[in-house]
Design a protein around this ligand. Structure first.
Ligand code: WT7
Length: 668
C-alpha cells in the first residue's frame, strides 16, 4: 500500500471468527424471530422511511393530536411528526392506567447497602403509584413557578425521585438536564449557565460506597461561582428543591430553597399532561466534547420517545414479565433512554440500583440478580472487565439462572470480555446484544436482534430498523468490505439530536461538515464480509504508526486477551521516525507481578495477535487508568503523560484525580 493511501485508511487488524447463532427456543418466543424477518423489515424501513416511521409512530405512541407530516428535512435540521401533539409522561404512565398492568411494578429500586452490612432498602413503584408521584411532583414544579419550556437541572442520586423528577418535567413541558451526581459544583454551574436553568432539583446527599456525597452543598457552591469577569454563572436560578435522602445537615436559603416532602403537602395528585408539540425540547444532556467545553445535546419529544420505545422492545426482546436491569446512572443517556423512557413506554418493569458494583463486596450485582430474578442485564464493558478482574468466585456464589439476555454498551467490548460475559454470567445460554449508539443518537443504532442475528464477539453487528450507517473514506465514499474508515449515518432518524443547545454552528461543524450529506459519528469502523460493523475506536484516537492507521480499540483488545491483563489503554506519542509511537498503559489482574519480562511478553503477544506493526514501543504498568465517571478511558490525559507533558485541560470529568499523579510519576 502506498503511504498516501495508507493514511486515508484505518487498518483493521483483528480477526474474530467465532459465531453464535440465536438458540431455537429463544428465537421461537422473540419479537423478531429470524434473519429473513429482520432483513425484510430493515429493507422496507430504509427504502421507504416515511411509510415505515408513519406506521410505527401511529401504532406505538398515544397522540393528543395526530401528526400531519412524517419528516421535514432541511439538512442538518430535522423535524419529525410535525403537527402532532403528545406527552411523554402520558405515554409512559397514563396509558397503562386502564390496562391490566396498572398495578404491576414500573420501577423496582434497591438502595445501597448500609455500612453496617445491612442490606439496602427496597422500594417498588407500580404504574399507578408512579403516575401519582409524578403528577404530584409536577404540581410542585408548577407551584414553584415552572412553565412550559423552562429548563431544570436535576442533580440527584440514583433514587426513584430522579425518574419522578424527569417524568414530572415532561408532564408540564419543562426541559430537564440531568447532571450526574458524581460531578462537581463547577460542572453544575457550567450547565446552569449554558442552559439558562431556572431551578435545580437536588438532594441533601447521596450514598456512595458508604459515604455521603454532599449534593446540596455542591449546589450551594455552584450557585456562588463567578466567571473571570465577576459575573455570576447561575443568576437564572430562582428555586432549589431539595429531597431528603441522607438527613445530613444542609443549609436552606430562605425564599430560594424548599424541601421536596414539604412541598408535596400543598399539592393535589391530579395534573393534566400538557399537550406538547412533537418537536418540543424534551431534554438537554451535556456530553464532553474533544475540546473540553461540554456540548448540550438537545433531544425533542416524539422522535426520541419512538426511538427509545422501539429499540427497548426489539433489542432487549422486552416482555411484560421481564425484570429488566440497566446498570447505568440516570445521569447518562443510557439511563434516560433505557431505565426511564424506553422501558416505561413499553409497560416494562425496570430495576434501578443506587450503589456501586463492589460495595460492600464485589458480588453486589449478582446478589441483586438472584434476589429479584433479573431476566435482562444491560451493562458496560468497563464493568465487565472489572468483574473479570475481581474473579469468577463472586458471580459463582449466586444463582443467575433467571437471566435470559445480556447487553453491552459504551465502548467496543473486547472478545475476551464478551466470552467471559457469555460463559460466566450468561451460563452459555443468553444472547448478548452489543449495542452501538451515542448520546447524540438518542437510541440504539447498531445492534443484534437477539432472536435473529448471529453474533460474533466484539461487533455490534447490523443496523436497527430505519438506520442506514456506512463506512466511508476521506471523500465520503463507501469503502470496500473489510477496510477501515469513518462511520457515518446516511439518513436522518427520529431520535437523532436536534442540535447543540444554543450553538447551531458547532452542531453543523461537529456532525455535518466532515462528510457531505451525512451524520458523522466520530467513530472509526470496518464492515466485515457479512456486513457487520466493527467499531475500532474514536477517529481522534486513531494512531498513525509508520503510515499504518491503527485503531486503539484493537490493540487494547489484543492486550486484554492476555491472561494477566485486566485493562489496557493505548495512545500515541510523537515519534521522529514513525510519526507516532505506540504506548500502552496496562493494569494487571489481581495478584500478577509487574516484571520487565511480562512487558516483553505483552509486546510479543500483540505482535502475534495483530501483527508486528502494532508492537508497542513502550508498555507501562499502572495501578489504575484515568476514567470518566461513565467508565470511558481519558486517552487525552494519557497522551500527555506518554509524551512526558504536564497534564492540562479539563479534568472535571475524571473520576479519581490521584490516578494521574501516580501515572505521571511513573509509579508502578
Ligand atoms: C461513543 C458514544 C451509547 C450510550 C453510552 C455512551 C462508543 C458506545 C459502543 C459499542 C463500540 C461504542 C462509541 C460512541 N460506544 N457503544 N457498543 N461498541 N463503541 O454514550 O458517551 O455518547 O459515547 O461510545 O465511540 O461514539 P456516549
Amino acid at each position: 500500500m502506498s503511504k498516501a493511501a495508507a493514511s486515508t485508511n484505518i487498518e483493521s487488524l483483528l480477526k474474530e471468527t467465532r459465531v453464535f447463532k440465536p438458540a431455537k427456543e429463544f428465537a421461537a418466543e422473540a419479537h423478531v424471530r429470524s434473519m429473513a424477518q429482520y432483513k425484510k423489515l430493515w429493507t422496507e424501513s430504509v427504502k421507504n422511511p416515511d411509510k415505515f416511521w408513519k406506521k410505527q409512530a401511529e401504532a406505538e405512541l398515544v397522540w393528543q393530536k395526530p401528526f400531519t407530516r412524517v419528516l421535514q428535512w432541511k439538512e442538518p435540521f430535522a423535524k419529525w411528526f410535525t403537527g402532532g401533539r403528545l406527552n411523554v409522561s402520558a405515554n409512559c404512565l397514563d396509558r397503562w392506567l386502564d390496562s391490566g398492568i396498572s398495578n404491576k411494578a414500573a420501577l423496582i429500586w434497591e438502595g445501597e447497602p448500609a455500612t453496617d452490612g445491612k442490606p439496602g432498602e427496597e422500594r417498588v413503584l407500580t404504574y399507578k403509584q408512579l403516575h401519582r408521584e409524578v403528577s404530584r411532583f409536577a404540581n410542585v414544579l408548577k407551584r414553584n413557578g415552572i412553565q412550559k419550556g423552562d429548563r431544570i437541572i436535576i442533580y440527584l442520586p440514583m433514587v426513584p425521585e430522579a425518574a419522578i423528577a424527569m417524568l414530572a418535567c415532561t408532564r408540564i413541558g419543562a426541559v430537564h438536564s440531568v447532571v450526574f451526581g458524581g460531578f462537581s459544583a463547577q460542572s453544575v454551574a457550567d450547565r446552569i449557565q449554558d442552559s439558562g436553568a431556572k431551578m435545580v432539583i437536588t438532594a441533601d446527599g447521596g450514598y456512595r460506597r458508604g459515604a455521603v456525597v454532599p449534593l446540596k452543598k455542591n449546589v450551594d457552591d455552584a450557585l456562588k461561582l463567578h466567571d473571570a469577569a465577576g459575573q455570576s454563572l447561575t443568576k437564572t436560578i430562582e428555586k432549589v428543591i431539595v429531597l431528603r435522602r441522607c438527613a445530613n445537615e444542609v443549609h436552606m436559603a430562605e425564599g430560594r430553597d424548599v424541601w421536596w416532602h414539604r412541598e408535596l403537602d400543598y399539592v393535589s395528585d391530579i395534573c393534566a399532561a400538557e399537550k406538547m408539540d412533537s418537536e418540543a425540547p424534551l431534554f438537554i444532556l451535556y456530553t464532553s466534547g474533544s475540546t473540553g467545553k461540554p456540548k448540550g445535546i438537545l433531544h425533542t419529544t416524539a422522535g426520541y420517545l419512538l426511538g427509545t420505545k422501539l429499540t427497548s422492545r426489539y433489542v432487549f426482546d422486552l416482555k411484560l414479565e421481564d425484570v429488566y436491569w440497566c446498570t447505568a446512572d440516570v445521569g447518562w443517556v443510557t439511563g434516560h433512554s433505557y431505565i426511564v423512557y424506553g422501558p416505561l413506554a413499553n409497560g416494562a418493569t425496570a430495576l434501578m440500583y443506587e450503589g456501586a458494583p463492589n460495595w460492600p463486596e464485589p458480588d453486589r450485582f449478582w446478589r441483586i440478580i438472584q434476589k429479584y430474578g433479573v431476566t435482562i442485564l444491560y451493562t458496560a464493558p468497563t464493568a465487565i472487565r472489572a468483574f473479570m478482574k475481581w474473579g469468577d468466585e463472586w458471580p459463582k456464589k449466586h444463582d443467575l439462572s433467571s437471566l435470559r439476555l445480556l447487553g453491552s454498551v459504551g465502548e467496543p467490548i473486547n472478545p475476551e470480555a464478551w466470552m467471559w460475559y457469555h460463559t460466566v454470567i450468561g451460563g452459555g445460554r443468553c444472547p448478548i446484544v452489543d449495542t452501538w449508539w451515542q448520546t447524540e443518537t438518542g437510541s440504539i443504532m447498531i445492534t443484534p436482534l437477539p432472536g435473529a442475528t448471529p453474533t460474533k464477539p466484539g461487533t455490534a453487528t447490523l443496523p436497527f430498523f430505519g438506520i442506514l450507517p456506512e463506512v466511508v473514506d476521506e471523500q465520503g465514499k463507501a469503502v470496500p468490505k473489510n477496510s477501515g474508515g469513518k462511520l457515518v449515518v446516511r439518513k436522518p432518524w427520529p431520535s437523532m439530536l436536534r442540535g447543540i443547545w444554543g450553538d447551531n454552528e458547532r452542531y453543523k461543524q461537529t456532525y455535518w461538515s466532515e462528510v457531505k450529506g451525512s451524520y458523522f459519528t466520530g467513530d472509526g469502523c470496518r464492515q466485515d464480509k457479512d456486513g457487520y460493523f466493527w467499531i475500532v475506536g474514536r477517529i481522534d484516537d486513531v494512531l498513525n504508526v509508520a503510515g499504518h492507521r491503527i485503531g486503539t480499540a484493537e490493540v487494547e483488545s489484543a492486550l486484554v486477551s492476555h491472561p494477566n491483563v485486566a485493562e489496557a489503554a493505548v495512545v500515541g506519542r510523537p515519534d521522529e521516525l514513525k510519526g507516532q509511537a505506540l504506548v500502552c498503559f496496562v493494569t494487571l489482574k489481581t495478584g500478577v507481578k509487574a516484571t520487565p519480562e511480562l512487558k516483553n511478553e505483552l509486546r510479543n503477544h500483540i505482535g502475534k495477535e495483530i501483527g508486528p506493526v502494532a508492537k508497542p514501543d513502550e508498555v507501562r504498568f499502572a495501578e489504575a487508568l484515568p476514567k470518566t465517571r461513565s467508565g470511558k478511558i481519558m486517552r487525552r490525559l494519557l497522551k500527555q503523560i506518554a509524551s512526558g507533558l504536564e497534564v492540562k485541560g479539563d479534568t472535571t470529568t475524571l473520576e479519581d484525580l490521584s490516578v494521574i499523579a501516580k501515572l505521571a510519576s511513573g509509579e508502578e
